[in-house]
Design a protein around this ligand. Sequence first.
Ligand code: SF4
Length: 380
Amino acid sequence: MTETKIYKKLGSFKNINLDNLNFNSETERIKKIFDDNTFITKLSDYEKKIILDVKEELFLKKNSTFKLNNYVIEEIKTIPDDKLLLYLFHRYRYEIHPEKNILDEYPPYLQIEPSSICNYRCVFCFESDKSFTNKKSGFMGTMNLDLFKSIIDKAVGNIEFLSLASRGEPLVSKSINDMLRYTEGKFLNLKLNTNASLLNEEKIHAILSGGVKTLVFSADAADEKLYSELRVNGNLKTVLKNIELFNDIKEKKYPNSKIITRVSGVKVNDKQDFKEMNSFWSKLVNQVAFVDYNPWENVYNNKPNEITTPCSDLWRRMFIWWDGKVNPCDTDYKSQLSIGNVKNFDLKELWNSKKYNDYREKHLKKERSKISPCKGCVVT
Ligand code: SF4
């Protein structure tokens, strides 16, 4: 019997084009900040406790599990001195606590879905499942601005790592420009994922004047034929034109913007070559990456697999769909595991709810096979 291939959620980058980065200057800066007590004394007791663990992991321990890898260093470069410890506190909670099954008051990462609708039907995406995209399914829709604002208000000061994206294309939402502007100056690490096909001048201005720190353009190939094969309904020329427009506006109107741009592709077949990807896209963006494919198909019909390692995402991320429904992951894209609705509870209550904790407990007791769809899922 062949063993089930596990999909490790943390570190799902298969390739990234940042091998030659100089770490030294940032490491020196971090050291200085740790040595200068003025920053540590401003933290709460809990933040201080975690930050001392970070210090030990980064500078004292020999076989440390917490390492600042290349794309993290790129993020750190954009963080001012007075926010750096806070960034490291949240980064540590995001990377290490879920691996140790340590539960925090708030989720280390929040994903908010402005839209579950997408104009693409990528071969590796839930959007290719007609029982999901069918208008009558009830799964399709876009978030209204008031709901979005209320979620952001609940997250500010409690959660610093967020993505505006999940199952659909965020730029489909009619309110996306106002949503983006509402995030201005609120988070240390806000990511927006888009296929770039719907970018226009207005949206580009909203992205650059809002709170987005990393803008991820999803693309998996360097030529039109392969791109269209994978990104069904997509057109590489349109995407290129839009990214060029983004760069042009950024350069002319926002010369001091620190936004990081990345092209990120899903590696699904051998025709995709990282070298080709990198030489094609690196002229247009700061980073180029491939992530591993999480085989989600049949997740609801799969027989229970033999995986008994707990799913780390139960301690890492919380998802909020367009209609306010809260879910522990997007592999369960039809929300069988839904925890409740953000309209009725605050984020802390949802994250620490009985239902969520029951899932965690079952995973810890090696009983993920008792939960659907965890039983057929390969995420750990
Ligand atoms: S379905 Fe279960 S095991 Fe899979 S990602 Fe979601 S919570 Fe984790």
